[in-house]
Design a protein around this ligand. Structure first.
Ligand code: C2E
Ligand code: MG
Ligand code: MG
Length: 757
């Protein structure tokens, strides 16, 4: 396949010219060859005519000579005595023949007898019959293989006494001399037709046979009448090869000129094609450069279409370059603030290097962003962010400050340690928090920051920007100003996406079990009950904290099956305890989401009906706050049916006295955040005393959870707390361990508790 336009054009022109040449050749050849042929034929005819005239002249000479000799007196006298004296006749014949210049001479007598010279070939037998009395007989005569021009003249004395027959040879030499008279190179042949067969008699070539017989030729044949009816032919032939030789050289000249023309045209076509394709090739390579982002201009001097195309191309390349620059700028910058965007920042980070320490990425987020935006509008917020971005710019920054999204700005800098990075970010926050005026309006900005190291081992596929953003969320949750990324606290959210499916399987497969934490009655020193706490040993991830999957089950609507399983298991465990002689009440945590859920009511009906002595339901106070009416209705129903209720985690959130009053609970559990590290005669102790009194005042028993040391326990006992739960007494343990503990160690524990009181 030809792919180059230049070659195609050159081939096209050359091919067309070649075709024209062939067409001309087809037209010219027949004309030239026909005219050459006709000219040759004309020449041959002319030569043939000349031959004929020459032949006629020679014959007439022979005839005249023969006729004169026949009237010779001496000869006639010899003929009269021929019968008696043939020898004299023979002598006379020889003399006559020599005089005339003939080759043969005979005397034919009227009775047919022939007198000839010695050694003369004999005449054909029927010859005398063809001789006429009155006049001369003339024509060709073949004797043996030799042809003669012969004349027979009657010998009269005064009556016919015989015929004198004289002949001259018609041999090769004759032929040659004939041919030599011709202006064209012809070949002459004398033939005789005998019994439909042509016998070769003589010819003009030296060799005995005709060397040109096989070659094609133009032929002219003349009949020569034989003296005794013999059919003789003089054939003149002009070989075509020779005849057409002038035409050949003409054609050769034409062919040569054609080939030369073809070569010249091919070269010219190639040059022309090159002059056309060179600018096209330049355009093509410029187009390729555009692909690589290079906008080269094409230099074309011509003013023709190609020149105009090149000009248009250059204009187009310029426009594309301009547009690309704009698009690239837009792709790399934030429209609202004009700050570099995330892509731009990440790109700069990839190129970033530092000589000292590490590169840190910090994400800075304004507090109350939506509030500010609603107050000043989007346009001014954009200007505000741009101004903050300017404040964050530092000469030693490894990437320009950029806008991530919303209120988030991102910076990158080098620091020797995490502590130095934290300090640096704190300074940046100080800078951003300086009062700022936008559109004549003063705005107070507060911000927080999270940061992460660019290349941190175990980053779990998250980019530094992502980790720094998470760190900012962690800072916001922990109410700290600057936070480093804490991988442990972040956990594995990606893995958690499939956690609920795993959880439902675990409920069936036995990977879930209940741990029990006993509640110690501080007044009696006996164990009143246990709290059932769910445990999940994940086959791949190991133990999973209940906070994580319980919260997720609440959010994804899987809390009902989970609670159903816990309730059923708690009832079983309670029965096992009772069977072991330990009739303890088992507390089950009930999520606030289930309060008011009719399907949960059915679960209670089915599983817990009549087990009011065995069970207690722990409900957090906040659970009630979400939908107080529904929750209160449900709690009222449970209380009416005789189930004890317990208010869990009291004091961890925003406690409301009005709810506390309304919840028909028998137990109030003080959250471990209030209990931990309790000292006597402190504000905490005072607060706890009032809470305990409040609980008692509302008719509830008060439980303190999370007791880890004896001093706390003692203080709580002193404050009048009824029940205690915590690692000090027992960690949550599987049921068999609980039974073992209650049977063996419980006494020691309760004795110790009483002693500490
Ligand atoms: P909670 O109901 O307040 O349970 C007490 C939590 O405090 C338990 O954590 C327990 O192990 C822990 N704890 C007990 N004594 C001490 C101590 O002395 N020091 C410290 N630091 N911690 C102590 P756990 O088992 O991790 O459970 C966490 C929360 O998960 C529970 O808080 C409860 O809200 C929820 N939860 C646990 N099991 C269930 C369940 O079956 N259903 C529902 N809805 N929630 C459950
Ligand atoms: Mg609880
Ligand atoms: Mg609690």
């Amino acid at each position: 396949m030809i792919v180059r336009l230049r070659t195609k054009l050159a081939l096209l022109y050359g091919g067309l010219f070649g075709l024209v040449m062939i067409a001309i050749a087809f037209g010219v050849y027949p004309i030239v060859s026909t005219s050459a042929f006709n000219a040759a034929r004309g020449q041959l005819e002319a030569t043939s005519n000349a031959f004929q005239r020459l032949e006629a002249l020679q014959m007439s000479q022979l005839r005249d000579n023969t006729r004169i000799s026949a009237t010779d007196f001496g000869f006639r006298s010899a003929v009269a005595l021929a019968k008696a004296d043939p020898a004299t006749v023979r002598t006379a014949l020889a003399n006559l023949r020599r005089r005339i210049g003939g080759d043969i001479a005979y005397l034919v007598l009227p009775d047919g007898e022939v007198v000839a010279e010695t050694n003369a070939p004999s005449l054909p037998p029927g010859l005398p019959d063809s001789l006429t009395d009155g006049d001369v007989t003339q024509g060709g005569l073949v004797l043996g293989q030799i042809a003669y021009r012969a004349v027979a003249a009657p010998v009269m004395a005064p009556n016919l006494i015989g015929w004198l027959l004289v002949g001259t040879r018609f041999d090769d030499a004759q032929m040659k001399s004939l041919v030599s008279l011709s202006s064209i190179p012809i070949h002459a042949q004398l033939l005789e037709r005998r019994d439909n067969e042509l016998i070769h008699l003589s010819h003009s070539s030296e060799a005995g046979s005709d060397p040109q017989q096989a070659r094609p030729a133009i032929v002219e044949t003349r009949a020569i009448a034989g003296i005794n009816g013999a059919d003789l032919q003089l054939r003149l032939s002009y070989p075509l090869e020779t005849a057409l030789a002038p035409m050949r050289s003409l054609l050769g000249l034409l062919l040569g000129m054609g080939l030369l023309g073809l070569a010249v045209l091919g070269l010219a076509a190639w040059l022309l094609a090159r002059s056309i394709t060179r600018p096209i090739a330049a355009l093509e390579s410029a187009t390729r450069s555009i692909e690589d982002g290079k906008y080269d201009r094409v230099q074309v001097a011509s003013r023709d279409e190609i020149g105009r195309l090149a000009n248009s191309f250059n204009l187009m390349a310029g426009a594309i370059e301009e547009r690309t620059r704009t698009i690239t700028y837009q792709a790399m910058h934030d429209r609202e603030t004009g700050l570099p965007n995330r892509e731009c920042f990440e790109e700069a980070l990839q190129r970033a290097v530092t000589a000292t320490g590490h590169i840190y990425v910090g994400v800075i987020g304004m507090d109350r962003f939506t509030h500010i935006r609603d107050a000043i509008g989007y346009e001014r917020t954009g200007r505000l962010l741009a101004a903050l971005g300017e404040r964050l710019a530092a000469p030693d920054a490894v990437a320009p400050p950029a806008r991530l999204s919303g209120e988030l700005l991102v910076v990158a800098f080098a620091a020797r340690s995490g502590a130095e990075a934290e300090l640096r970010l704190a300074e940046m926050l100080d800078a951003t928090e300086q009062p700022i005026k936008i559109g004549g309006q003063r705005i107070d900005v507060a911000a927080k920051a999270g940061f992460a190291r660019l290349s941190e081992p175990g980053a779990n596929g998250q980019s530094a920007v992502e980790r720094a953003s998470i760190a900012l969320d962690q800072a916001r949750r922990a109410h700290t100003r600057v936070s480093a990324f804490n991988a442990e606290a972040y956990g594995d959210p990606a893995g958690n996406l499939s956690l609920m499916g795993d959880m439902l399987n675990a409920l069936a497969s036995g990977d879930m079990f209940l741990a029990h934490q006993p509640k110690l009655n501080l007044r009696t020193g006996k164990f009143d009950g246990t709290e059932a706490l769910i445990r999940w040993r994940h086959p791949q991830r190991g133990m999973i904290r209940p906070d994580l999957f319980v919260t997720m089950a609440e959010e994804t609507g899987h809390i009902r099956p989970l609670t159903e399983w816990v309730l059923a298991q708690a009832i079983k465990d309670q029965e096992t305890l009772a069977a072991a002689g330990l009739a303890l009440r088992v507390s089950v945590n009930i999520s606030g989401r289930l309060l008011g859920d009719p399907s949960f009511e059915q679960v209670i009906d089915r599983l817990a009906e009549g087990r009011t002595e065995a069970l207690c339901f722990e409900i957090t106070e906040t659970a009630v706050m979400n939908d107080p009416q529904r929750a209160m209705k449900q709690l009222g129903k449970l209380a009416e049916r005789g189930f004890p209720l317990s208010i869990d985690d009291y004091g961890s959130g925003l406690s409301s006295l009005s709810y506390l009053k309304m919840i028909p609970a028998r137990e109030l559990k003080i959250d471990r955040s209030l209990v931990a590290g309790l000292e006597a005669d402190t504000r905490d102790a005072f607060l706890l005393r009032s809470t305990i009194d409040l609980g008692h005042g509302l008719g509830m028993k008060v439980v303190a959870e999370g007791i880890e040391d004896e001093r706390t326990l003692a203080v709580l006992q002193g404050l009048g707390c009824d029940l205690a739960q915590g690692y000090l007494i027992s960690r949550p343990v599987p049921l068999p361990d609980l039974i073992r503990f209650l049977k063996a160690d419980a006494d020691i524990v309760s004795r110790r508790v009483r002693a500490s009181a």
